[in-house]
Design a protein around this ligand. Structure first.
Ligand code: F6P
Length: 485
């Protein structure tokens, strides 16, 4: 078969994201190993791309320095983008994850503003745009993802007026009062408005974006349509804004629960934990947006006041390592591990944990076994674009057992109304919700789970991608002639 370099400009659909779906890792013998990248974006888009012919994915391979040559994997072509150590510090850890991330998640920690970081964000966005533009077929589609690449839609439009450009934001878009704090905020808005269609998770995110465009740029907004004045002689363009709640490959996850090996693994997990009556599970990237501290505080108090007996009930907390060089993530890890140590020191029976804490990632099969073993799953995010863990749990329970406790601040709360919805800031409410879930009779669990499954199985990630791409095709009016790249 021909190598990917032989056919540039032939891809009908090009995905651009900060990360490729796989991260490269260098093994002790110098060989390269590829592992699935962390995060909801990859969980969702990976399964979409497997169903698309001749798709391409442009992104960073997760390690500093020279980018690997383009290569084919899982039926798509991967185009690695180079990030040097300084880009990683300023564009990725700095502007993306110490400025935009906390600002867009309602300033749970204070965003840092540094002018040097913005310069790197700009140059890194240029590099992604330059890598993506030549890969698309004439009249093709380029789909840009997430907050790390908000300048890319406009940069691509400047090079390729023939392609359709979509942008989807996987994280929240903040209220204009918060967004206005951002230095260079208007450049961000203009970057996004290079797209024909800008998509968000929740209706409130779409409305926040429209308000920012109206208030800060003064553009005319009619419903969900923005009129963007042309520069110089260029004509007025229309940009559509729309809400598309992302999802998972629901039937694939559900089907895994039939696998005898995974079923046995779920049973084994329960035995390993000393056959407790109830297993409670939290599974998150180790991120301050996920409300892990609030969850542990509630759990610790329930043990302190004797409402939970650690001989009967065990909690597993999976905290996948994330952004480990960013200061607020280091602090969070220290606090979480101190709290887990204290709880176990005070409450764990000899030879088994009260809190089983896992600071590493688990593959899809192992996660399914964990979801099948969990009687209650706690999703207590303080702010979250969607939260796919909530949907994965529901998809893993065709047996209709189990209870989902879900923060109203996660995007998933708009759809998963039959969950036990909580305000995680209210520790007393959280404690009451946990006790109620642990005591919920099987018939009540089944009724709620049936309703949750109806939502998740009908609205899977294929449906989501189809809706986005269909609306993108219907929007804008790309020129027929391919511009020189
Ligand atoms: O899905 C949301 C997301 O923020 C992605 O944009 C991001 O790639 C992922 O989670 C994980 O974070 P990171 O890439 O910084 O490890």
């Amino acid at each position: 078969s021909s190598s990917v370099q032989d056919r540039p400009g032939e891809h009908e659909l090009v995905v651009v994201a900060n990360r490729l779906p796989v991260d490269s890792r260098t093994l002790p013998d110098g060989a390269t190993e590829w592992v699935t990248s962390p995060g909801g974006l990859v969980t969702a888009m990976e399964s979409v791309m497997r169903t698309i012919d001749s798709g391409a994915w442009v992104g960073w391979a997760g390690a500093p320095g020279e980018a690997p040559e383009p290569f084919d994997a899982d039926g798509m072509s991967l185009y690695p983008v180079r990030l040097d150590q300084e880009d990683i510090e300023r564009y990725y850890e700095g502007y993306s994850n110490a400025t935009l991330w906390p600002l867009y998640h309602d300033v749970i920690v204070a965003p840092e503003f540094h002018r040097g970081w913005w310069d790197s964000y700009l140059t890194a966005n240029r590099r992604f745009a330059a890598a993506a533009a030549p890969v698309a077929a004439p009249g093709g589609t380029i789909w840009v993802h997430d907050y790390q690449l908000q300048l890319v839609p406009r940069m691509i439009r400047d090079r390729r007026s023939d392609v359709r450009i979509g942008f989807f934001n996987h994280i929240p878009f903040p209220p204009v009062e918060l967004f206005s704090q951002l230095p260079k905020r208007n450049s961000i808005l203009r970057g996004l408005l290079g797209a024909d269609l800008v998509g968000f998770q929740r209706e409130s995110d779409s409305l926040n974006f429209l308000a920012a465009v109206r208030k800060l740029l003064g553009h005319h907004v009619d419903g969900m349509t923005i009129s963007v004045p042309g520069i110089g002689a260029a004509p007025m363009r229309e940009v559509q804004v729309q809400t598309f709640p992302i999802s998972i490959d629901s039937s694939a996850v559900s089907a895994l629960t039939e696998d005898p090996e995974i079923r046995e693994r779920a049973a084994q997990l329960r035995r390993d934990l000393g056959d407790p009556e109830k297993i409670v599970l939290g599974a998150d990237r180790l991120d301050y947006t996920k409300g892990i501290r609030h969850r542990l505080k509630a759990w610790g108090e329930l043990l302190d006041d004797g409402s939970i007996d650690p001989h009967d009930t065990v909690i597993i907390q999976i905290a996948t390592p994330s952004r480990e060089r960013v200061e607020s993530y280091r602090q969070l890890r220290d606090e979480v591990e101190l709290t887990v140590g204290r709880i176990n020191g005070e409450h764990a029976p000899l030879g088994r944990p009260a809190v089983s804490y896992q600071h590493h990632s688990f593959d899809r099969r192992e996660m399914t076994a964990l979801f099948m073993a969990a009687d209650v799953v706690l999703v207590t995010a303080l702010r979250d674009g969607m939260n796919l863990v909530a949907k994965e749990y529901v998809a893993s329970r065709p047996d209709l057992h189990g209870v989902l406790v879900l923060s109203e601040f996660a995007g998933a709360a708009d759809e998963l109304r039959a969950a036990v919805l909580v305000n995680p800031h209210d520790i007393d409410e959280l404690k009451a919700a946990i006790l109620r879930s642990l005591a919920m009779p099987p018939e009540e669990q089944e009724e709620a789970m049936r309703s949750l499954r109806h939502q998740v199985m009908e609205h899977d990630v294929q449906f989501w991608a189809h809706q986005f791409l269909e609306n993108l095709t219907a929007s804008g009016s790309p020129e027929q002639e391919a511009a020189p790249v």
